[in-house]
Write a protein that binds this ligand. Structure first.
Ligand SMILES: NC(=O)c1ccc[n+]([C@@H]2O[C@H](COP(=O)([O-])OP(=O)(O)OC[C@H]3O[C@@H](n4cnc5c(N)ncnc54)[C@H](O)[C@@H]3O)[C@@H](O)[C@H]2O)c1
Length: 249
């Protein structure tokens, strides 16, 4: 399949996990990739993986919580390629603890990256995406759909991402822009591997998060994102697609 031939995809969080897998997937389908992340070491690995597909790649070092840096990053991508067809907002962080112990600092840290950073990327890219009648894929989470314990700021940020998805989809549909979200469950990436739950947590509640069959890797989410970003999803707008293997909750 070469669904992205001639198209430019700007992918945030592209240095790791689902973002890296999405960069490789879209590159293998012909996209030019602008891989954005604040982790330059991880971006170098992504560059090697994308190079193996033969796709054109631009690395963009940027902290999405920094308004000025985001403005510069999007301008650099447009300067380099004269267009952005798809924005895939995957950069995110997760902090876990009891909800009554969340500090304002932790709350602000998660909201700044997951929500404000996604807003900044989206706002800066929107004029260019509208020019191309392009699309956006957001990273929500099943934590926004069915109470995940110990992840209060994270779940709140992802709930807001769903609201952004629906708002943008309606507001710009008549101008040809599509905006959808994936809601992964527990996907085996560095983010999931680094979760530290409270020692006295009731671990039976993890059934709400675990897939019924088996844990899967980021490629499975990348495949869903590729569908949503492609013309195969031309009549899919404002949707949230769970990628969680079903859970027991
Ligand atoms: N892995 C899961 O189980 C899971 C489940 C649901 C949703 N998600 C969402 O999918 C997305 C990708 O998650 P992942 O599992 O691949 O995580 P990951 O930790 O493997 O990758 C996240 C990437 O985001 C980057 N990032 C973080 N803060 C940034 C910032 N301020 N500016 C630029 N880049 C920044 C990191 O450097 C990293 O490369 C996230 O939005 C996450 O919330 C993941």
């Amino acid at each position: 399949m070469h669904r992205f031939e001639g198209r430019v995809a700007l992918i945030t969080g592209a240095a790791s996990g689902i973002g890296q897998a999405t960069a490789v997937r879209l590159a293998s389908e012909g996209a030019t990739i602008a891989a954005l992340d604040r982790d330059e070491t991880g971006l170098a690995t992504t560059a090697e993986l994308v190079a193996a597909t033969g796709a054109t790649l631009q690395l963009v070092a940027c902290d999405i919580g920094d308004e000025q840096a985001v403005g510069r990053a999007v301008a650099n991508v447009v300067d380099a390629h004269q267009r952005i067809d798809t924005l895939i907002n995957l950069a995110g962080i997760l902090r876990s603890c009891h909800s009554h112990e969340v500090t304002l600092e932790e709350w602000n840290e998660v909201i700044t990256v997951n929500l404000t950073g996604t807003f900044l990327m989206t706002r800066e890219a929107l004029p260019h995406l509208l020019e191309r009648r392009g699309n956006i894929v957001m990273a929500a989470s099943t934590s926004a759909l069915a109470g995940h314990p110990w992840m209060l700021p994270y779940a709140a940020s992802k709930g807001a991402i769903l609201a952004m998805t629906h708002t943008l989809a309606v507001e710009y549909a008549r101008r040809g822009l599509r905006v959808n979200a994936v809601a992964p469950g527990g996907i085996t990436t560095p983010m999931a591997a680094n979760v530290r739950l409270p020692e006295d947590a009731d671990f039976s509640l993890l059934d709400r998060i675990s897939p019924v069959d088996e844990f899967r890797g980021p490629e499975t989410v990348a495949a869903t994102i590729a569908f949503l970003a492609s013309d195969d999803a031309a009549h899919v707008n404002g949707e949230v697609v769970r990628v969680d293997g079903a859970t027991l909750a």
